[in-house]
Design a protein around this ligand. Structure first.
Ligand code: ADP
Length: 435
């Protein structure tokens, strides 16, 4: 297993080089594996922007409405409320969903006593579904994912549909910007740290955005921005869909084959929260079948796809007890495997560690790739948001270790920072800049 999962420094370097080549293809032409989408965000904040902006974050089960107060002097206050999207809204006519979003904004504003009068309140809309963005405040929905499927929406401009819902409610709110969560994470952190040039998500999925010189974006046909820069949403989860470079094991290939999107998002499937536990489960199944683990016993629970959750990995890696007692509890109470031996538990722990370390080291490759592409080895900040980065023990240090192997002494110049609530605050910052 160690031979399969440990990615040494030579391979790390090969991946970085290959990834930079793939970035280039995405900047040169449409339809590349790593899509490299221009975000239409062309200015970074100075930290002096002031004002109150709304942000709306629609991505999965919950959606959040936030009020972002930019106080100048790089300081931000955030007030937010989470709403659960009723199942019936997810599969209804688009108007039903967008009316629900608008009434949530209305209820948030009522709670906070803010009644927009006269001038419209400006809103940044973080929308984590595939869109073809055509302006800062316009983008056509390509396809719904994550259990959403609203009729009369695909191909239409999501900003327009939200603005129409506000008008139906008589709310004086206007969408100023359509924002990807990676771009939001970058911009939010840049508000208090101008060195921030990269925003990364390591959560359910993974992706990143970074600051690129417009002359390097060969496929860009629009007007040249005054800043000379464009923030690019990489869509790096799709990296290596050709399976030409990443060190895939039989366990990764099984996960991919059984996934909802076989052959797609290969990099994401080795790194992000939705998949790490399942890679471990595939290894356990193999070792159980060979009778190396649990004396060959396979529980009903462990037979189920995704039953070994990524958050169990965090707990197991945090289990420092001599007999791995928390690991024992997880196996027994959550996975229906009683009577594990200390040896079983040490094997489980080591597998978890191997999969977790590999994920962090592969994340480091693409971070190093972006820093190399920007020629910023002399220093920059990478803002990272998402539960995997925030809660998985040692994840950040493991990324750092790999950066050292890749970049040597220059790794010291790269600051990794947790960009918590980045997408909400960032959408507010982008709305402020648009204003
Ligand atoms: P999202 O990316 O959907 O906005 P999160 O950043 O919270 O949301 O990521 C959720 C993902 O993180 C889930 O796939 C889950 O498996 C994983 N996750 C949640 N808690 C933990 C944890 N303690 N350790 C590692 N992974 C976790």
């Amino acid at each position: 297993m160690e031979e399969l999962f440990i990615v040494g420094p030579t391979k790390l370097k090969e991946i970085v080089k290959h990834f930079v080549g793939e970035l280039q293809k995405g900047l040169d032409h449409e339809g590349a594996t790593v899509a490299m989408l221009p975000s239409f965000v062309t200015n970074r904040p100075t930290g002096k922007e002031v004002g109150s902006y709304l942000a709306l974050d629609l991505g999965g089960t919950n959606f959040r409405v936030c009020e972002v107060y930019l106080e100048g002097q790089s300081s931000v206050r955030l007030r937010q409320k989470k709403f659960t999207i009723p199942e019936e809204c997810k599969n209804a006519d688009g108007e039903v969903l967008f009316d629900f979003l608008a009434s949530s904004v209305e209820s948030f504003l009522k709670d906070s006593g803010v009644v927009p009068t006269g001038q419209n309140l400006e809103l940044g809309f973080t929308f984590s579904f595939p869109v073809n963005q055509t302006a800062l405040n316009a983008g056509n929905l390509l396809v719904w994912t994550k259990g959403f499927n609203c009729s009369n929406t695909e191909g239409r401009d999501v900003v327009e549909m939200l603005n129409e819902a506000f008008t139906r409610k008589g709310l004086k709110v206007k969408v100023a910007a359509l924002v990807n969560d990676t771009v939001g994470t970058l911009m939010s952190h840049a508000y208090n740290d101008p060195q921030t040039l990269v925003g990364v998500i390591l959560g359910t999925g993974t992706n990143a955005a970074y600051v690129e010189k417009i002359e390097n974006v060969k496929k860009w046909k629009g007007p040249k921005p005054a800043s000379g820069e464009m923030i690019i949403n990489c869509e790096w989860g799709a990296y290596d869909e050709e399976k030409a470079m990443l060190p895939l094991t039989q366990y990764d290939n099984k996960l991919d084959a059984e996934s909802q999107n076989p052959g797609q998002h290969i990099y994401e499937k080795m790194i992000s929260g939705m998949y790490l536990g399942e890679i471990c489960r595939n290894v356990f199944l193999d070792l159980i079948e060979k009778k190396y683990l649990f004396n060959g016993y396979l529980s009903e629970e462990l037979k189920k796809q995704n039953s070994f959750e990524t958050q169990y990995m965090s707990r197991i890696e945090r289990d420092y007890s001599a007999d791995l007692s928390d690991t024992k509890m997880i196996l027994q109470d959550l996975l229906g495997i009683p009577n594990t031996t200390a040896r079983d538990r040490r094997i489980v722990r080591r597998i978890v560690e191997l999969v977790g370390i590999r994920a962090a080291r592969l994340s480091a490759c693409c971070i190093a790739g972006l820093v190399t592409q920007m020629k910023k080895l002399d220093g920059c900040t990478v803002a990272i948001d998402g539960s995997v980065y925030e809660h998985y023990p040692h994840f950040g240090n493991r990324i750092k270790d790999a950066l050292h192997e890749l970049l040597g002494i220059f790794a010291e110049n790269i600051t990794l920072a947790l960009g918590k609530d980045g997408s909400g605050i960032g959408a507010g910052v982008i709305a402020a800049l648009a204003n």
